[in-house]
Design a protein. Structure first.
Length: 350
């Protein structure tokens, strides 16, 4: 950048003021990211089409046999301590691999603390679960199984139980050249989940050049989404999520990301959810407190609280200057993010 002459300080101040005004006016420019895993330089957020496949790590390449084994495990209630709960009990294929409850029920029949997110497209995520405590599908796979509040299964007992099933022993030998192990279970479950990728949505077709893919109201919502409403600052990229963690003032008890990092500044922060198929995965927010998409958008327009727990600053402000008439257009756009449902038939268990 060319240095301004020293004898023109008024010009220097004018240019700085102009730059500042342009940044504040442009709603598509990313706002400062909250602390924690956000040391990358800010870039102008964009929407993008979803890739058709998920890249697998080098130590767990996806194969048809491994994904088929993972599918069996996903639907098998023997992965739970009481042999009654499977992964599919909360991630139902007929409900876009969520369960449409505010909070799922755990082993004791009591609601868990957080809403169950869909596992569709989870292979694209860098941080999994609402607080981001898992950084791979392999790491995430065993957490709900071993959790006393969720599936409540001792992993040693699980290995013993499945090693007594001839069909599983045969498959694990074929896929992993070993008996049933927790590592193999995690890798097979991860391989299956990487096959759960959304089909193209109307938005994808629009981004590919089909301008008729979005009707007028949805297109108006798109312009608001990436314009004055500023939704795109957090909901961007192929998943319509920046993968970061924000404090919205929704939760009064759950410490969120702080439970992972230990940083007080991360208290009550939760990961930005993907918006793909969002119309099919109500209710919303990490605690399921918002029942409909209209409720969610209205929250951002007027419902964001003025204070947060522990008097920590919020990472979002209500859109007080925007009209309520915009809400229906944004909802129409959000509904355009739904693609044809994945048809997954429960497998025959060994």
């Amino acid at each position: 950048m060319t240095q301004l002459p020293r004898h023109q300080p008024w010009l220097h101040r004018a240019i700085l003021a102009l730059v500042a005004c342009c940044w504040l006016w442009n709603p598509s420019v990313s706002s400062p990211a909250p602390a924690d895993d956000h040391d990358k330089p800010a870039r102008k957020p964009q929407l993008a089409r979803l890739p058709g496949t998920v890249d697998a790590p080098s130590n767990n390449p996806t194969t048809a046999a491994k994904a088929a084994l993972g599918k069996q495990l996903f639907f098998d209630p023997r992965l739970s301590g009481n042999n009654k709960t499977s992964c599919a009990s909360c991630h139902l294929p007929t409900r876009s691999f969520a369960d449409r409850r505010a909070r799922s029920l755990g082993q004791q029949g009591r609601p868990l603390t957080r809403n169950t997110p869909t596992v569709v497209n989870s292979g694209f995520l860098k941080h999994l679960l609402w607080d981001g405590r898992a950084t791979s599908l392999e790491q995430q796979a065993l957490l709900p199984i071993a959790s006393p509040l969720e599936m409540n299964q001792d992993l040693d007992d699980l290995e013993s139980e499945l090693n007594a099933v001839p069909g599983y022993v045969t498959q694990f030998r074929r896929v992993f050249d070993s008996g049933v192990t927790r590592t193999g279970i995690a890798r097979a479950l991860a391989a299956f989940q990487r096959t759960l990728v959304s089909k193209p949505s109307p938005l994808d077709r629009f981004l590919a050049g089909d301008k008729s893919a979005l009707p007028g109201e949805a297109r108006r919502g798109l312009e608001l989404f990436r314009g004055t409403a500023g939704c795109v600052r957090c909901h961007n990229g192929p998943l319509l999520s920046d993968g970061r963690f924000y404090r919205l003032g929704v939760s009064l008890k759950d410490r969120g990301r702080q439970s992972v990092t230990g940083k007080p500044a991360d208290a009550f922060r939760f990961r930005t959810p993907s918006l793909r198929n969002i119309a099919r995965t109500a209710p919303y927010m990490h605690n399921g407190s918002q029942k409909t998409l209209e409720d969610v958008v209205t929250f951002y327009y007027r419902g964001v609280p003025t204070t947060s727990p522990d008097n920590l600053p919020l990472d979002v402000e209500p859109l007080l200057g925007n009209s309520f008439s915009e809400i229906s257009a944004i909802v129409a756009f959000l509904e355009s993010l739904s693609s044809e449902p994945l048809k997954i038939t429960p497998p025959k268990l060994p």
